[in-house]
Every structure is written in C-alpha cells, then in structure tokens.
Design a binder for this molecule. Structure first.
Ligand code: 2AM
Ligand code: CA
Length: 257
C-alpha cells in the first residue's frame, strides 16, 4: 500500500466536508461535543475504502470511540477535526488519518479541503505539504513566533488553569492563535506557520497524524510534563519546533493548588 493511494482516498471526502446541509444535521455527544452527518458519512466511507485497500489493518475512528484493538496495526481516524467550526461554516476543519504500528505512528495525513492542503508524512521519510517538503520554524525564542492554543472546550472545569497558561504564553510570544482543529494546529506547527501548539486532554484521533507530521518535520511532541506522547492514549499535547520546547513547557507548569 502506497501513501499516495491513501491520500487519494482521503481527498475523496472533499464533497462531504463541503456539504453544509449535512453539517447542519447535528447530534449532541456531550458539552461542546457534537457529531454531524458529515462526520459519520466520512467515517463510513473511509472505513470501507481502507478495509478494501488493506484488509489486514484494523480501524479506530472517533465516531466508534476507544475500543479493544487486538492487532498490531490500525488506522486512527478523525473524520472531521474541527466539528464546531464545520457546524458554523467557519472553514477550518480537517480530516485526520494516522496509521499506528506496534504503538508507533508510521503514516500521517491531515487534509484541509477548504485550502486544498494535504499535509502528509511517513516515518523516516520527512513531512510534506502537497508535493513540497516542509520543516518546522527556526525561531529559537517565543518572542519571535506565534503559538497555537487549544481550549479543551468539553472540559470547562479546566478553563481557569488553561487560560492562566494562555496568558503567560501570550505575554511572551508574538501572538496566540486558536483554529479549533488540533490536527490543523499540528500541521501548521510542522510547516513552520507557528512555532508551537498545546492543548490539554486530547484523544488519539485528534493528534495521531499531526504528531508524525511535527516529528518528521524536525519538531518535538510531548505531554505537558515533557514525557513522550503515546498515540494510543488520551492526554495533553505540546508540539514545537524543538528549540522552543523547554521555554514553553516552563510556562505550562501547573500552579500548586
Ligand atoms: P473535534 O472537532 O474532532 O471534536 C478543539 O479544542 C479540539 O479538541 C478539536 O481538535 C476537537 O476535535 C477536539 N475535541 C473536541 N471534543 C473533544 C472530546 N470530547 N475529546 C477529545 N477531543 C475533543
Ligand atoms: Ca472529530
């Protein structure tokens, strides 16, 4: 199976992502947590097509939730990362697909149909945006870069601590940004549009693909405590160009309660 075949499949979701009528068919999963007919349509389409392309690989998708996976090899799909944006026609949503083998992401694709941008990476082979290689930014200081933040909208009890972190980071960097799609934040970190990104309590499908994009573009991904990210588990994510990592982690230290 070649990554270009998988990319071709992922790009076939464009019409579904851009179908605003389907995006308005919404089901509430939890606080600030929604699913639309677009999410479900894309997941069904890719699940079926991927099993045709590679029948031996298992499947984990956001809309089926975390489950016991017995095999060594499985896809991790977020059919729409940035569902709230999709519902509002905000045009910042991505399809995120990773391939996990023996606990490691070996292939990652983040597709933004609104800008026709496909970010992709294979383990050991670098990261690309469409047909061009990409690298993380070269900024060695927060003061010279943008930092993306994520608000963990479904766990409002973390808001006070999160927003204290945003304040600390904002005072040190050029500016902060918030796209509403974790996969897009990671892709933008991989191609150097921003020096880094962080968010508490993400799920594997939010960051599986983006994690590899950042690593293969020369960057670093850990949790808030600097520990390596396990793509099979939920947790916090800090992604940077590597040079900014220590400075950013320092600002994310939780204050003693
Ligand atoms: P989603 O659009 O696929 O739901 C926004 O801060 C980021 O958090 C988005 O990438 C969003 O992904 C993700 N997110 C939203 N609800 C979530 C949940 N219940 N668990 C984990 N991630 C979630
Ligand atoms: Ca989603």
């Amino acid at each position: 199976m070649k990554i270009q075949e998988v990319i071709a499949l992922v790009k076939r979701t464009k019409d579904l992502v851009e179908n605003q009528e389907l995006a308005e068919h919404i089901k509430v999963k939890g606080p600030a947590d929604y699913v639309t007919q677009v999410d479900i349509g894309i997941q069904n389409f890719l699940k079926e097509e991927l099993s045709r392309l590679a029948p031996q690989i298992q499947f984990l998708g956001e809309e089926t939730g975390l489950q016991e996976l017995t095999g060594d090899s499985f896809w991790i799909l977020d059919p729409i990362d940035g569902t709230t944006n999709l519902i509002h026609g905000y045009l910042h949503s991505t399809v995120s697909l990773g391939l996990c083998q023996q606990g490691e992401i070996v292939m990652g694709i983040v597709y933004d149909p609104f800008r026709e941008e496909v970010f992709w990476a294979e383990k050991g082979k670098g990261s690309f945006l469409n047909d061009k290689p990409i690298q993380v930014s070269k900024s060695a200081s927060l003061s010279k870069t943008i930092i993306g933040v994520g608000t963990t909208p479904y766990q409002r009890e973390l808001a006070e601590e999160n927003f204290k972190c945003f304040h600390r980071v904002f005072m040190r960097c050029q500016d902060i940004r918030r796209t509403g799609s974790a996969a897009m934040e990671l892709a933008y970190t991989a191609c150097g549009r921003q020096g880094g990104y962080f968010e508490a309590c993400l799920q594997p499908w939010d960051y599986a693909a983006g994690l590899l994009l950042v690593q293969e573009a020369g960057g670093l991904v850990t949790d808030f405590f600097g520990r390596p990210t396990d793509p099979r588990k939920a947790g916090s994510v800090v992604a940077t160009n590597g040079l900014l990592h220590k400075e950013l982690l320092e600002l994310l230290k939780r204050e003693p309660s």
